[in-house]
Design a protein around this ligand. Structure first.
Ligand code: FAD
Ligand code: NAP
Length: 305
């Protein structure tokens, strides 16, 4: 029986593990992949205090390394079920069942797809959701980035390191991204914009993407453009399908908590991007993690578990 199990080793989960372990709890962190979460798909982080600039994977490693020292068990597995048994919870992952007095859900968010013809066909053959992972394969190409948020603009700027040109197509005529990123994109000689427009279809040959149909939402006209790659950044969906039966999410699947990270089920907490929340950042994720790590400790003491 663990005192605390944390599902997800992104910044929220890793911080929760650190705080719970430093309270001398018996802690495990359960992760389906490499520790780091979305940070592993981020080229440069420039808004995490203490670092002027650091790569996402490097920051991930810096967060993960101390956990072993504090005795956190690192378990590998895809969690498929959570059962609330009152004083304890059962977590099922890859044929294993783990028991824990408290549970911290830190499963984060995953990228959304466009849902247009050609997107599936050319996935990994010109269509990508991760500039950090795939950008270097697109040297000297003309690339299309879809979206107007922080991810589209930041990762579009990252792609200018490799690409001949980066065109950002956005469905409105104003970006959602932070002003500092907007200013950099507007000033960059390799970056241009197609406003009020959406991708209609992604086309190519037997090997890879060659062209994209783009519809102007104001004129309804569809035009065809040559692009060697399409990077999609149109927002995030919560990773909560496997525990929707617990009824701790809103209609979209984001977990509802109070400011102590408590869900509607005693002993179950949620942190980071998976929470119903306005600002989804590394700083907010680690802040949530710290609170939940402490709250798990207090819950166990208060309940006499
Ligand atoms: P995540 O990072 O999403 O981690 C969740 C973890 O849970 C993952 O490792 C996942 O594998 C695991 N998991 C999920 N389901 C299961 C399961 N069933 N079983 C086991 N494990 C599971 N924020 C900034 O502050 N600065 C930036 O510069 C920045 N750049 C970004 C760039 C991009 C392209 C993106 C997409 C996001 C960026 N963000 C940035 C946002 C930031 O990365 C997130 O807010 C943050 O990572 C959220 O942390 P988290 O721990 O809540 O979740
Ligand atoms: P986001 O903020 O939700 O932005 C998604 C963008 O895609 C929006 O511009 C949206 O348009 C557009 N869009 C949505 N659906 C679309 C569709 N079907 N077709 C075309 N366009 C569509 O998502 P994000 O940029 O991935 O950011 C997610 C979170 O991570 C945010 O909280 C963000 O702040 C954070 N993040 C932070 C940093 C950083 O701090 N440097 C970097 C990256 C991400 P509208 O604008 O019209 O809605």
């Amino acid at each position: 029986m663990y005192d605390t199990i944390i599902i997800g080793a992104g910044p929220a989960g890793m911080t929760a593990a650190l705080y719970a372990a430093r309270s001398n709890l018996k802690v495990a962190i359960l992760e389906q992949g490499a520790p780091g979460g979305q940070m592993n798909n981020t080229a440069d982080v420039e808004n995490y205090p203490g670092f002027e600039r650091i790569s996402g994977p490097e920051l991930a490693m810096k967060m993960f390394e101390p956990l072993e020292k504090f005795g956190v068990d690192h378990l590998y597995g895809i969690v498929t079920q959570i059962e609330d048994k009152g004083d304890y919870k059962v977590i099922r992952a890859d044929e294993q069942a783990y028991k824990t007095k408290t549970l911290i859900i830190a499963t984060g968010a995953k990228h959304r797809q466009l849902g247009v013809p050609g997107e599936e066909t050319y996935n990994s053959r010109g269509v990508s959701y991760c500039a950090v992972c795939d950008g270097a394969f697109f040297r000297n190409q003309d690339l299309l980035v879809v979206g107007g948020g922080d991810s589209a603009i930041e990762e579009g700027l990252f792609l200018t390191r490799f690409a001949n040109s980066v065109t950002i197509v956005h469905r409105r005529d104003q970006l959602r991204a932070q002003k500092i990123l907007q200013e950099r994109a507007f000033a960059h000689e390799k970056v241009s914009f197609i406003w009020d427009s959406v991708v209609e279809a992604i086309k190519g040959n037997d090997l890879k993407v060659t062209n994209v149909d783009i519809r102007n939402l104001k004129t309804n006209q569809v035009t065809n453009h040559a692009f060697g790659g399409v990077f999609v950044y149109v927002g995030l969906d919560p990773v909560s399908d496997f525990f929707r039966d617990l009824k701790i999410t809103d209609d979209e699947g984001w977990v509802v908590t109070d400011d102590r990270m408590r869900t509607a089920i005693p002993g179950i907490f949620a942190v980071g991007d998976i929470r119903q929340n306005q600002l989804r950042q590394i700083t907010t994720a680690v802040g949530n993690g710290a609170v939940a790590g402490q709250e798990a400790y207090h819950y166990i003491v208060d309940q006499g578990l």
